[in-house]
Design a protein around this ligand. Structure first.
Ligand code: 13P
Length: 341
């Protein structure tokens, strides 16, 4: 496979394929395992992820790449095969989360800044040797308008950090996924999400240009434009699609390698329906696909429940969600296909 950044980025958003975000930190995966009553240990995390990466139907047909956590990129399957080799054998590209998490931004209560730039050049060189060809850095922008959150300082600092990260990735031969996540947790309406996302993406691309990042060798991982969860409103797929595409046309250069959405707390079916609606109103200047964590894994986690006897059922649940999102990435999904599972 080509090692050119733009070729790797193009493969990440190949027609009908998207990314599996399996890069939950040890703290986050413990929360997910708590829900299904599974103790989180290095072995149980390995067993769970091995189950996903060996799900050959989902992996070979619908998944272009997998975002890994540091522990996982070093782990071996139960039979001793490195997990990275299992991913590569399926035709998918291994990737790695390299940020060190969002921490409170000093002086700006409610805002966060994502850490992890110190030593990043050396870590990227190590991850490249382990097989990673793309990376992920997630900036977190919360919305609480009454408290002045997010501040311009938070948007600016996070965009600057994303640009420094992206430049270091490209120097290392690694495609940066730039993820400026405007959270959907707040009580805001859809137009507020639109405005904050616009300010965030405008600043992000200003910083990426200033850092001399080659946009063709980047992937944007954005939120969709929708009403916050605490608003009590659920935006319709039509409205999400219209406002998300309007936002991107105003702020996202056509030159980038592609767009792969996060699911951000949408239900499995919402995340699929919204991606489908976005693609159905195309053509667009960019490929738009999925890079889902929760919306791809909730169903297989539930089916698995930590039991080896449930591996086939869990893999089938993963294949179904991946198939639905494959169709959504092509604008060909229909609600009735969900019942066929
Ligand atoms: P969700 O799809 O669960 O939001 O996770 C995607 C991700 O990688 C967040 O950083």
């Amino acid at each position: 496979m080509s090692e050119r950044l733009e070729d790797i980025a193009a493969a990440m958003v190949a027609d009908g394929k998207g990314l599996l975000a399996a890069d939950e930190s040890s703290g986050t995966i413990k929360k997910r395992f708590d829900v299904i009553g599974v103790e989180s240990t290095a072995d149980s995390r390995r067993d769970y992820r091995e189950m996903m990466f060996r799900a050959s139907e989902a992996m070979t047909k619908y998944i272009s790449g997998v975002i890994l956590y540091d522990e996982t990129i070093h782990q071996k399957a139960a039979d001793g095969t490195p997990l990275v080799d299992i991913i590569k054998a399926s035709g998918a590209i291994p990737g790695i989360k390299v940020d060190a998490g969002a921490k409170p931004l000093a002086g700006f209560p409610g805002d966060t800044i994502t850490e992890g730039l110190d030593g990043l050049r050396e870590r990227l060189a190590d991850y490249y040797k382990l097989g990673a060809r793309f990376a992920k850095w997630r900036a977190v922008i919360d919305i609480d308008v009454s408290k002045g959150v997010p501040s311009a300082t938070s948007i600016g600092s996070n965009a600057h950090a994303l640009a420094r990260y992206a430049a270091l990735c490209q120097e290392a031969g690694i495609v940066p996924i730039v993820e400026p996540e405007v959270l959907m947790d707040g009580a805001h309406d859809i137009d507020t999400c639109y405005e904050i996302s616009k300010a965030t993406l405008t600043k992000l691309y200003t910083e990426l240009y200033a850092a001399r990042v080659a946009l063709e060798g980047t992937i944007l991982k954005p939120n969709m434009v929708l009403a916050g969860k605490k608003s009590g409103k659920v935006s319709s797929p039509g409205e999400v699609a219209e406002k998300t595409i309007k936002l991107f046309r105003e702020t996202v250069p056509a030159a980038i390698g592609g767009i792969a959405f996060l699911s951000g707390g949408q239900s499995d079916e919402e995340a699929t329906a919204n991606l489908n609606a976005i693609n159905a109103i195309g053509p667009h200047p960019w490929k738009l696909t999925f890079s889902y964590g929760r919306a791809l894994q909730a169903a297989p986690q539930k089916a698995w429940g930590g039991k080896a006897a449930n591996v086939a059922a869990a893999q089938a649940a993963f294949a179904h969600r991946a198939h639905m999102n494959h169709l959504a990435a092509l604008g060909q999904w229909q609600p009735k296909l969900e019942q066929a599972a």
